[in-house]
Design a protein around this ligand. Structure first.
Ligand code: 1CP
Length: 356
């Protein structure tokens, strides 16, 4: 590690305490994509710098990570990056097109294309994320914990085959049926890269991790159990194993499998500390399914951020009451959307903190 200075002492550890099932002073709240397009200062910075330049330049990544914390009384920060940095490190070109999102101009079309991937050296090509994390830990000065993250194998495979976001994931689903053995190979290759990447983030100073299986929503329950769950299990097991062997303290890990509310019990058996819920899941039903020993995160509908302040306050308070103060981290049920009024963030954060 370049910066060998000890990290500042953590002042607000409510997020980590909630993740471990310990008593909290207040319900912790953060928001997926809290550093992003709804912030005018982010838009301003993006006018001057390409998306991946921001990710690759620790000073810029830290600046953007800090932006939401300057405005709102959040209980966590999440390092600014994207899930598609892994496909990039594996040798694919990824472009960020304004108003469209990520585009991969040379996707993996057939199993033979897997030969184009370059897993050797992928981790060293991601070292800039570790540098940003270490720098951010110092800049945070212990104010709140820093979350690291990765996309999960099925979600990354989807972007790499579709060549970008997809409403149907038709090509990727065809792969599962047409090339089941190559699909497993692909998912295992991604799993290996993800474990390396998350381990590196913990070594660099990430105090918690989140695994985004954002495209779980495209899979039936049966397919989720076959094509997502085994790899999610391997990520967590291998990561914990490696950290234990190296006597590095294990950090809490969150699994967010969007659209997989049909499999909460199965998710709760994978060893993750926290399960993220999308807004389609009822908090009380979720708690009954996962049992008392897992922390839940979520799950306000991002569209509720467009309601008037009184309505938003009531919806938030109601949500927090349903989850309760123990083993709960407040968040939206998916990323905040670009047109969200800034005032809604303030209402949300304040309503969470005042609810209990
Ligand atoms: O031009 C821009 O500025 C692009 C907007 C943007 C931003 C702000 C993208 C493109 N990515 C990000 C940052 C980002 N992405 C973070 C930052 C940390 C934070 O939360 O504040 C994180 C955690 C992600 C993760 C991510 N990227 C996910 C998983 C979370 C989710 O929303 O499900 C996914 C699916 C992506 C892919 C991606 N990157 C960007 C976009 C617009 C998308 C989605 C494209 C699609 O619809 O498929």
């Amino acid at each position: 590690m370049k910066d060998a200075k000890p990290f500042p002492v953590l002042k607000n550890d409510n997020l980590l305490r909630a993740a471990r099932g310990e008593v909290v002073d207040r319900v912790p709240v953060w928001v997926m994509r809290q550093a992003g397009r709804y912030l005018p200062e982010f838009q301003e910075l993006r006018k001057q710098h390409d998306f991946f330049t921001v990710c690759r330049t620790p000073e810029l990544a830290c600046e953007v990570t800090m932006q939401p914390l300057r405005r709102f009384d959040l209980d966590a920060s999440i390092i600014f990056s994207d899930i598609l940095v892994i496909p990039q490190a594996l040798g694919l070109t990824v472009e960020m097109h304004a108003g469209v999102g990520p585009v991969l101009p040379q996707p993996i079309k057939v199993p033979d294309d897997l030969k184009r991937l370059t897993p050797d050296g992928a981790l060293s090509r991601l070292s800039y994320v570790g540098d940003a994390i270490t720098m951010m830990r110092h800049k945070l000065d212990g104010r709140v914990p820093l979350i690291g993250f990765s996309g999960a194998p099925w979600t990354l495979m989807g972007y790499m085959i579709e060549g970008g976001g997809s409403k149907t994931m038709s090509k990727t689903k065809a792969w599962l049926k047409d090339y089941p053995e190559d699909s497993k190979l692909f998912l295992n290759l991604l799993t290996d890269a993800i474990v390396d990447y998350l381990e590196m983030q913990v070594k660099a100073g990430a105090q918690m991790l989140q695994v985004f299986e954002s495209s779980a929503e495209h899979l039936s329950k049966e397919d989720f159990l076959e094509w997502s769950v085994p790899y999610l299990r391997r990520i967590r097991d291998e990561l914990v194993d490696r950290l234990n062997k190296k006597v590095i303290p294990v950090v809490p890990i969150t699994l967010f499998a969007k659209g997989a509310g049909h499999s909460l019990k199965e998710q709760s058996e994978l060893g993750y500390d926290v399960i993220g819920l999308d807004w389609t899941v009822d908090p009380i039903e979720a708690r009954n399914l996962v049992g008392p020993n897992i922390t839940l995160q979520g799950n306000l509908d991002p569209q509720d951020m467009y309601r008037n302040p009184d309505e938003l306050r009531n919806l938030t308070t109601e949500m927090v009451h349903k989850f309760g103060k123990s083993r709960y981290i407040a968040n939206l049920g998916h990323g905040i959307t670009p047109q969200t009024p800034l005032a809604s963030m303030e209402v949300l954060v304040e309503a969470v903190h005042k609810a209990l």
